[in-house]
Design a protein around this ligand. Structure first.
Ligand code: G6P
Length: 615
């Protein structure tokens, strides 16, 4: 949600910043802007509405951007306060145009601050909350002749809200000041150069050495190095982390877009999320991230799983896995809802948060609520060193490389795979038999190959998507293990093709939704040959009796649906607990092809952002 990238070093900043913000564009893409400074205090800036390429075009046309500009910042926006206009695009500046900054987050008390600043004579150019920060810094500098970092510190103490900030003052060349509160910011340590960004993606081509800022911290970046402080001026020493993925992984390769690339990466994503964690010989799973906690994990009487969007759907699946295999109750909830209610905890509770980015504000707020109650907190995330990773007591990393497409795909199978491994781990602690564990694990290990088989037939799904490309509504229906898959299938279609879709437990159909069914309202049944197949089959007949079109996903070799369903998609036979891993793939492909056929921007659907860092 808004991408920020800053550079300070010996090279020309402009090409580095342009390339960097392109790699961050998935965080926000309604407008973009850049400000770069020379060592002599000359500043050039540009802004453009629309994707980053529009900004890039403007920059290419202006020869001034070719100069020796060795420091600067760039921002891609996901609008919160103020419409999508050039004036509202970042960077923002003060009245004198000395101070330049890019911000990710929301300043909650901006309207009081703005009125006060206006009464002091400040002139505002935008409708954003962000602009108050530039004027507050200007005011602080003017009043007390402070250096930039001091003025920033004073300013941060007066604002309420969330921020990831990169700031420079042209009167203090060769210096960037950065600050973080609930909006991610990471420093990249190059050779004689420093980078700062909302996440590691644009830093990865330059260095693998990262330092994550924590909430309430700021840092001063200068040519000779950097220093981190808290807002009370206490210096903080923090060791850097090394990222475990390469720049190439964050490139599209031969795929037309990241979303398709990531859908096709799922066999390897599954392998990476299970690598070294499945011990077939001893019929158990080994989760290094939970090592040493065995006694505490054995004391869990109830698990609460929260996440947002796709991560929540994986959590719903995790609930069924854990209840089935480990036999203790699990509640799942949407992070934002959990957070706003009065959470009632009891002895033996543990709290599991799931977030690909590890930075989703709603999910982190729920986590912090649990931490206040001293509950054991566990996490599943893809981003090493992310806030979620740092703030949970223990957890398991996904290891699937960067996910750039806004619609989560490989992260769903990966999170689900980790949840299944956790469920087996908890189960083995509580008496799950070797035979039961082995039966699952034996096929589980082969899932990458089975997923590949489905991907190899993606053209078949494309043909189905073509047939339904003019449908305006869809129901996705599933029971038991495939109910979360139905939710996920509907979310994918909504997100990337803007088709109204609802995911439902199939049994709910007759309690209301069936009233909508007519010849133009298709239903997508996820109904492999499992323990609830017969019930699903009856529901298909109910839909057909009302002339509703039916697409059905079922197990290879099942002939029952021929002549009844309008279209049938097949997946290989597996133990029923594993069907979600296969069933979700055709649904992702269906959403993908539906979006492409409608001419949508699949990687960057309108109004969305990959990592939602505001509540
Ligand atoms: C956004 C994305 C979703 C994603 C959700 C949670 O809403 O558009 O695709 O599932 O955030 O993201 P997280 O990083 O917490 O898994």
């Amino acid at each position: 949600m808004c991408g920020i990238f800053g550079y300070l070093g010996k090279r020309k900043a402009v090409p580095i910043l342009v390339e960097g913000i392109k790699n961050l564009e998935y965080r926000g893409y309604d407008s973009a802007g850049m400000a770069v400074a020379s060592d002599k205090g000359r500043v050039i800036s540009a802004k453009a509405v629309g994707p980053v390429v529009y900004l890039e075009k403007k920059i290419k046309k202006n020869r001034l951007f070719n100069g020796d500009l060795m420091a600067g910042l760039v921002h891609s926006r996901w609008a919160t306060h103020g419409g999508v206009t050039e004036k509202n695009a970042h960077p923002h500046t003060d009245c004198s145009k000395n101070i330049w900054l890019a911000h990710n987050g929301i300043i909650e008390n901006y309207s009081e601050l703005k009125s006060d600043l206006i009464s002091k004579g400040h002139k505002f150019k935008s409708q954003t909350d962000t602009e108050v920060i530039a004027h507050l810094i200007e005011e602080a500098k003017k009043k007390n002749s402070l250096v930039l970092e001091e003025a920033v510190r004073v300013t941060l103490k007066s604002i309420k809200g969330t921020y990831g900030l990169v700031i420079f003052d042209k009167r203090e060349p060769g210096k960037l000041v950065i600050a973080r509160n609930f909006s991610p910011l990471v420093l990249g340590l190059g050779k004689d150069e420093l980078f700062v960004a909302s996440d590691a993606t644009p830093i990865a081509p330059h260095t693998k050495r990262l330092v994550y800022l924590k909430d309430g911290e700021m840092a001063v970046l200068k040519k000779g190095g950097y220093k981190i402080f808290n807002l009370d001026k206490k210096e903080i020493n923090r060791r850097h982390l090394d990222i475990d993925w390469s720049y190439e992984q964050a490139q599209k390769g031969n795929f037309p877009d990241f979303t398709l690339k990531e859908i096709f990466e799922q066999p390897i994503a599954l392998e990476n999320s299970c690598r070294g964690r499945i011990d077939l010989k001893n019929k158990k799973t080994v989760l290094g991230g939970l090592a040493g906690l065995e006694n505490e994990l054995l004391k869990i009487r109830r698990l609460i799983i929260v996440g947002s969007g796709t991560a929540h759907h994986a959590g719903m699946l995790g609930k069924i896995f854990v209840e089935e295999l480990a036999g203790f109750p699990v509640v799942t909830d949407i992070a934002s809802e959990w957070h706003y209610r009065r959470p009632v905890f009891q002895k033996g509770d543990a709290f599991l948060v799931i977030s690909q980015s590890g930075e989703t504000a709603d999910t982190l707020a729920a986590l912090r609520g649990a931490k206040k109650k001293k509950i054991l907190t566990l996490g599943i995330t893809n981003v090493i060193g992310s806030t979620l990773a740092r703030e949970t007591n223990a957890g398991v990393y996904q290891h699937i490389g960067p996910e750039i497409g806004v619609a989560a795909t490989k992260s769903f199978v990966s999170q689900s795979a980790i949840l299944l491994q956790m469920a087996i781990f908890f189960g083995k602690q509580r008496g799950l038999s070797d035979a039961a564990a082995y039966k699952i694990l034996r096929t589980f290990r082969n899932l990458p190959k089975l997923v590949q088989k489905i991907l190899d037939k993606s053209e078949d799904i494309k043909a189905v998507a073509e047939k339904y490309k003019d449908s305006r509504d869809f129901l996705f229906l599933g029971r038991k293990y495939n109910c979360p898959v139905a939710y996920e299938g509907a979310l994918k279609l909504k997100e990337i093709s803007y088709v109204h879709a609802e995911g439902l437990p199939t049994g709910e159909l007759k309690h209301g939704p069936i009233a909508m069914i007519d010849k133009d309202f298709p239903s997508f049944f996820i109904m492999p040959k499992d323990s609830v197949y017969d019930k699903n089959f009856s529901n298909v007949q109910e839909i057909k009796a009302r002339r509703g079109p039916v697409l059905a996903l079922t197990t290879e070799g099942n002939e029952d649906l021929k002549g009844l369903a309008d279209d049938v998609i097949y997946v290989p036979e597996v133990p029923e607990i594993l069907y979600p891993f296969l069933a979700v793939i055709p649904l992702q492909l269906f959403a993908y092809f539906s979006a492409v056929l409608r001419g949508q921007n699949v990687d960057k659907p309108r109004n969305l952002a990959k990592s939602v860092t505001v509540e």
